[in-house]
Design a binder for this molecule. Structure first.
Ligand SMILES: [Zn+2]
Length: 207
């Protein structure tokens, strides 16, 4: 019963953002794997937009405040995220409001947390020394989801941050200005492309 108010809030958010309200009755596949599709995300269309420009400053959080990029997306072959470093056991904070879809140890990711957001994004926080949330937890932007570590395939304590749409990773630099640690407030267009998804800023709206 105590989740009713939050579900109402998620529903209201849905009318502003693309996508379905996030439910927490995840399937076994959703609870156990990173690369999974988001049900109903495209809803029969070939594209949808994520309105980062409608997100207020209080509705997002750079996941590792004070962090510096030590390896960019694509910098190494197959690097599916951005590596950000501060110090061991630093607090990793959720980027946007959402529901924890997965929190476990997962192969090279080590301890990893996956959060599904109501705007169609999923954020992934990896190599954690500890996960601080569990699947089904409703989380707010800025809430602690884990502590930085080097579990899985990692040579130093850091946060491996990923963003995915329908299971497909894309450059986190499209979401955050990594140098200033601020949200890039613009519209992102997500388009189906074969079995994948392309994510591009809507340049015509750029201010
Ligand atoms: Zn990485």
């Amino acid at each position: 019963m105590k989740n009713t108010g939050l579900l109402v809030l998620l529903f209201i958010s849905m009318t502003v953002w693309a996508g379905e309200p996030v439910k927490n009755n995840f399937t076994t596949m959703e609870l156990n794997h990173i690369r999974v599709r988001t049900p109903g995300l495209f809803d029969g269309h070939t594209s949808f937009s994520i309105r980062l420009d409608s997100i207020k400053d209080s509705e997002y959080c750079f996941p590792l405040p004070g962090g510096k990029v030590i390896s960019a997306y694509g910098a190494r072959r197959g690097h599916s995220g951005t590596d950000i470093k501060t110090k061991p056991n630093d607090t990793i904070r959720c980027a946007f409001d959402g529901v924890v879809r997965m929190a476990k140890s997962y192969a090279a990711y080590g301890n990893v947390v996956v959060v599904r957001h109501e705007n169609g994004l999923e954020s992934i926080y990896s190599h954690n020394s500890r996960n601080l949330v569990k699947p089904g937890d409703v989380v707010k932007a800025g809430e602690a989801v884990g502590l930085t570590g080097r579990t899985g395939r990692a040579t130093t304590e850091h946060l491996h941050l990923e963003f995915r749409v329908d299971g497909c990773h894309f450059n986190p630099d499209l979401i955050f200005d990594m140098k200033n640690r601020t949200l890039r407030k613009r519209e992102l267009i997500c388009t189906k492309a074969g079995h994948g998804v392309t994510v591009k800023p809507n340049v015509t709206l750029k201010k």
